[in-house]
Design a binder for this molecule. Structure first.
Ligand SMILES: Nc1nc2c(ncn2[C@@H]2O[C@H](COP(=O)(O)OP(=O)(O)OP(=O)(O)O)[C@@H](O)[C@H]2O)c(=O)[nH]1
Ligand SMILES: [Mg+2]
Length: 278
């Protein structure tokens, strides 16, 4: 075995982190991946809870904000061994990292110990940037109301949040953005891909990122070394599930048959471990 990697999985609120890790585990457990499990997570509570829901054809729950579980497992094939660390925090905690500019000692450790990052971004929940091409000229009254609202919020925009998050993580890792970043290698996964109306294979995720989050794409293109980062698509479920009502078709086939990764070329692949190996 030639390589040993440490992958950190991270994402904002509602990005699909818990469903992805549940589906990934379920696939590995069912022997449906190019990788096999070497060490299973010590605590299976979170994974069991999500898989229980999925086998009933129902969506799982939002991670409670007080919950701080870390799920770690080791997978391998004949070439590489990968330790996956997935802090199952509620996504708001990641928002907090950025808005408070404070990184706890545990987050510090997680970031410094990792040499690969998988960042989940959910494009269908990102509000379209309002500009003259989408809004036209506003009348004065309308403009006044919107200015008050904007000041009251004073939050980072979504693209700003992701850029700031990556900059903070690079800072903790001791990386300068003045020379192209080679490690950590980065995979950005556009999650809930099935909600984007692009079911057919062939759409390159980087093209989609450039279109939906041009600032984030430009940041990555400037800061990371080409070949050390990539953009993929992810649909852990392949469809939207209801938390209360079973989806019979999903349940009948089994969760391990649902979901896919969209590779940088636009090809769809049902093996979700494609996202963790780069
Ligand atoms: N359509 C669709 N919905 C998905 C997919 N994956 C997750 N979801 C839904 O997206 C929502 C968020 O998924 P979670 O996995 O709970 O997201 P999270 O990042 O863990 O969210 P927090 O725990 O709140 O931070 C849930 O309602 C899921 O049912 C997918 O592949 N497709
Ligand atoms: Mg969660």
């Amino acid at each position: 075995m030639s390589q040993s990697q440490n992958l950190l999985i991270i994402g904002g609120p509602n990005a699909g982190k818990t469903h992805f890790v549940g589906q990934l585990y379920h696939r590995l457990d069912a022997g449906k991946s190019a990788y096999h499990m070497v060490t299973a997570p010590a605590d299976l509570t979170v994974i069991k809870a999500i898989i229980d829901r999925l086998v009933q054809g129902r969506a799982g729950e939002h991670t409670e904000s007080g919950l701080n579980k870390e799920i770690s497992f080791v997978v391998a094939n004949e070439h590489a061994q990968i330790t996956l660390t997935f802090p199952d925090y509620a996504g708001e905690q990641v928002r907090g990292l950025v808005s408070d500019r404070l990184i706890s000692s545990r987050w510090h450790e997680l970031i410094t110990q990792s040499d690969e990052w998988l960042l989940l971004i959910r494009p269908d929940e990102i509000p379209e940037l309002e500009d003259i091409t989408t809004r036209g000229f506003a009348d004065l009254e309308d403009l006044k109301a919107r200015t008050v609202q904007a000041h009251a919020k004073a939050e980072l925009t979504e693209p700003g949040f992701y850029i700031e998050l990556l900059q903070m993580m690079l800072f903790v890792k001791g990386k300068s953005v003045l020379s192209p970043v080679q490690t950590p290698r980065l995979t950005v996964a556009l999650s809930c891909w099935d909600t984007l109306g692009l079911e057919d294979a062939g759409v390159e995720p980087l093209v989609e990122l450039r279109q939906r989050l041009p600032f984030v794409a430009a940041f990555l293109e400037t800061v990371w070394e080409p070949g050390s980062w990539r953009v993929c698509g992810l649909s852990s479920l392949g469809r939207t599930l209801d938390p209360d009502k079973s989806d019979d078709e999903f349940m009948g086939k089994g969760p391990e048959e649902a979901g896919y990764v969209v590779l940088p070329s636009g090809r769809h692949d049902s093996d979700l471990t494609q996202l963790i190996t780069y």
